[in-house]
Design a protein around this ligand. Structure first.
Ligand code: NAD
Ligand code: FE2
Length: 390
């Protein structure tokens, strides 16, 4: 038996329960905060979900403001605008209600309001600075299941000049509290449920098969990732088929949270390395990119850790004595069943994929893939996922 060895970090207090979002006022009171900046996006406003936050703030006469123009794949100019707002108007806390885009923007806005320079300076790959100061405390209220961003120290921000999705991360960026409330996802439309759920599944699978997880021996990461895989694979089709199925929504939200905790400690893999350029350059929704790429990347990775993929296959179909490659077939069929739009709908050409393959080689997620991957192979994986060749 190999020795047990791992590092593990979660910097966020989690309140997971139906209607957890209704405890926002109590949480702000405990923190002694009176002037929050609420970050959200238009979709959350239109769905009536932002009201859950603003009604409580109105009722208890908080001196707050709302910034609701955070786009998907949030660009750095929005982050810098939010950071300036905090500096100029002295907000003492931030409440982020939304999906990964809003929560990532909120983490970046908080930390950039307290540190000078640009996102580039702190980029996990090309940056040469580290954050020295903590920003105002952040409370996250996720509305997708999802990115796990409610508990991670990472934010993914798009550089609008290069189209590169840049990861920045620091323990200072961990939200202080996550109010994880499955009720908020009951109205999440089918295609968003399918896409964001695929992202969560990808986090769990990539965490369980990451190079870090295999090089170390971490019962924590293994158990958390496998439980996430079990929950998501049991409930994703149910949540897509009947959005009002609160049990399925609850399991999706717990699975996505666990997957976030697992991957922040384990790293990710090639699915994310390939998905990020698609989001940054062509605005392909993150979950849709992952769903198209995941089975192709799993098929490529399966011989690097067959025993791990065999375990996954048997979690997907307990008691069926499945082999490693069955995990790939299960995910292919799952993606088919939940109705994910194909990459061909977004207009990328072979030439675009060639360019993006270069970006994938320097994406932070590629460094923890279980197999080393060349630019040429990244290109082939893109072509397979986009069905430009098989
Ligand atoms: N920080 C991390 O660790 C991490 C991990 C994975 C992904 N990400 C990033 O997160 C982003 C993707 O986040 P996402 O997949 O949650 O989607 P998103 O935040 O981009 O939201 C997508 C759309 O869904 C709408 N929406 C969200 N919740 C809704 C609800 N309950 N009802 C109705 N509409 C709703 C939003 O208004 C938006 O239009 C990407 O930028 C990705 O790179 C970050
Ligand atoms: Fe992701």
């Amino acid at each position: 038996m190999s020795t047990i060895q791992f590092q593990f970090f979660v910097g966020t207090s989690v309140v997971f329960q139906r209607d957890a979002s209704l405890t926002l006022h109590d949480q702000l009171q405990k923190l002694g905060k009176k002037r929050p900046l609420v970050l959200t996006d238009q979709g959350i406003m239109d769905a009536g979900i932002a009201n859950v936050v603003t009604n409580q703030l109105d009722e208890h006469t908080y001196d707050y403001e709302v910034m609701h123009d955070i786009p998907a794949n949030p660009p750095s100019k929005v982050v810098m605008k939010g950071a300036m707002l905090i500096q100029n108007q002295q907000f003492d806390s931030i409440v982020a209600v939304g999906g990964g885009s809003v929560m990532d923007a909120a983490k970046a806005i908080s930390i950039m309001s307290a540190n000078d320079g640009s996102i580039n300076d702190y980029d996990a790959i090309i940056g040469n600075r580290t954050f020295e100061k903590q920003g105002p405390p952040l409370i996250t209220i996720p509305t997708t299941s999802g990115t796990g961003s409610e508990v991670t120290q990472w934010a993914v921000i798009t550089n609008e000049e290069t189209g590169r999705k840049q990861a920045i991360g620091h323990p200072f960026m961990s939200p202080v509290i996550a109010l994880v409330d499955p009720v908020l996802t009951l109205k999440l439309p089918k295609v968003l449920t399918a896409a964001t759920g695929s992202d969560a599944l990808t986090h769990a699978i990539e965490a369980y098969t990451s190079k870090n997880t295999m090089n170390n021996n971490s019962p924590l990461i293994d158990h958390i990732a496998l439980e996430a895989i079990a929950m998501i694979s049991r409930s994703l089709v149910r949540a897509v088929t009947n959005g009002e199925d609160l049990e399925a929504r609850e399991e999706m939200m717990a699975g996505s949270l666990l997957a976030g905790i697992a991957f922040q400690n384990a790293g990710l893999g090639n699915t994310h390395a390939l998905a990020h350029p698609l989001g940054g350059k062509f605005n392909v929704p993150h979950g849709i990119a992952n769903a198209n790429l995941l089975p192709v990347v799993m098929a490529y990775n399966v011989d690097a850790c067959p025993e791990r993929f065999e375990t996954i296959a048997n979690i997907f179909e307990p008691g069926a004595h499945k082999k490693a490659s069955d995990a790939v077939v299960f995910v292919e069929q799952l993606i088919e069943r939940i109705g994910i739009p194909s990459l061909s709908e977004y207009g990328m050409t072979e030439r675009d994929y060639k360019e993006m393959a270069k970006d994938a080689t320097t994406d932070v997620s590629s460094f923890t893939n279980p197999k080393e991957t060349t630019e040429e192979t990244f290109f082939e994986l893109y072509l397979k996922a986009s069905k430009l060749t098989v």
